[in-house]
Design a binder for this molecule. Structure first.
Ligand code: SAM
Ligand code: DTB
Ligand code: SF4
Length: 332
């Protein structure tokens, strides 16, 4: 059995990342089969519960207030609207529901109390609840955990060296501190990044190095291809090729064998064959539903066809290590 290691060196990761693509895919597929059922793919649904108007300057993000994008600001949704959306997601086969807010950080106010209610409600439906709300204190992480939060998404996005070129309103250490607070509260950690922002291969390797040398690997690692949005500083970035996505996914799979590696933003521009390559390289999670936070995602029917053609089945929800939903209960 390939051991789980948190002592990877950058050079070792670079060797894996730079290996011939077919060897890389073969190795990743082999490691994937040691730790995971290659026919199971986790289906997650995203919902933007508070949209736009964010004070941060993340160069990729259509929700930053300072860029002129087509995103309309929307205040925090009502709890019952969110529960309704989660029920629809569950009916269409999702086992994880992730609520995103365009906040720099969580504030201890009525909005946070509302989010805690949302977490309680969705948790009660047998789904794995995830949030991505920006920076969190230790105390806020514990409150989310007590409300039933299963996972928290907080991406490193890129390497420490390139971070300042993409975001100036917070530091890499701020990001790592929040990840530490999440882990310490006993919440499952979801952290990954974006490729296609003008970073070098060394930056991609650097980000994978930071993730794989955390005291414990994140349970989920989203790999996003930049969705270039008009009005953001990265609007003209060229499209990421499928080979770059495959290289990133396969390397993440090899160095973090047990993590759910999520083929995240950018899937809408991939055909079925390209997505199949990503699954072969070890991706075992996707976002489903025709919208990510503010940008399009593949149509539900296209994903049904994808699952049928590739003989993939949705992974059941694992709360407390036990399947909370039986496969037969998942209608996809
Ligand atoms: N505001 C919170 C934060 O930044 O952590 C949560 C929401 S934020 C939109 C969540 C993640 O979405 C970002 O960390 C980034 O990785 C991803 N993201 C945002 N815009 C994107 C884009 N245009 N293309 C790809 N990924 C994007
Ligand atoms: C993640 O890594 N990707 C998702 C989720 N975590 C929150 C977000 C993708 C956002 C893509 C741009 C948008 O739709 O606004
Ligand atoms: Fe705000 Fe998050 Fe977008 Fe950055 S990525 S501008 S913090 S919503």
């Amino acid at each position: 059995m390939t051991p789980i290691r948190t002592d990877w060196t950058r050079a070792e990761i670079a060797d894996i990342y730079n290996s011939p693509i077919l060897d890389l895919i073969y190795r990743a597929a082999t490691v994937h089969r040691e730790y995971n059922d290659p026919q199971e793919v986790q289906v997650c649904t995203l919902l933007s519960v508070k949209t736009g108007g964010c004070p941060e300057d993340c160069a990729y993000c259509p929700q930053a207030a300072r860029y002129h994008t087509a995103v309309k600001v929307h205040k925090l949704m009502e709890v019952d609207e969110v529960i309704e959306a989660a029920s629809r997601a569950k009916e269409s086969g999702s086992t994880r529901f992730c609520m995103g807010a365009a906040w720099r950080e969580v504030r201890d106010n009525r909005d946070f109390d509302k989010v805690l209610e949302m977490v309680k409600g969705v948790n009660g439906m047998g789904m794995e609840v995830c949030c991505t709300l920006g920076m969190l204190t230790d105390e806020q992480a514990h409150k989310l955990k007590a409300a039933g939060l299963y996972a928290y998404n907080h991406n490193l996005d890129t390497s420490e060296e390139y971070y300042g070129d993409i975001i100036s309103t917070r530091t890499y250490d701020d990001r790592l501190d929040t990840l530490g607070n999440v882990r310490q509260a006993g919440i499952s950690v979801c952290s990954g990044g974006i490729i296609g922002m003008g970073e070098s291969h060394g930056d991609r390797i650097g980000m994978l190095h930071t993730l794989s040398t955390l005291p414990e690997h994140p349970e989920s690692v989203p790999v996003n291809a930049l969705v270039p949005v008009e009005g953001t500083p990265l609007e003209d970035q060229p499209r990421v090729s499928v080979w770059e996505m495959v290289r990133m996914i396969a390397t993440a799979r090899i160095i973090m064998p047990k993590a759910m590696v999520r083929l995240s933003a950018g899937r809408v521009r991939m055909n079925m064959e390209e997505q199949a390559l990503c699954f072969l390289a070890g991706a075992n999670s996707i976002f489903a539903g025709d919208k990510l936070l503010t940008t399009p995602n593949p149509e539900v029917d296209a994903d049904k066809e994808l699952f049928q053609t590739l003989n993939i089945k949705p992974r059941p929800s694992f709360k407390n290590g036990e399947p909370a939903l039986k496969l037969e209960q998942i209608p996809l």
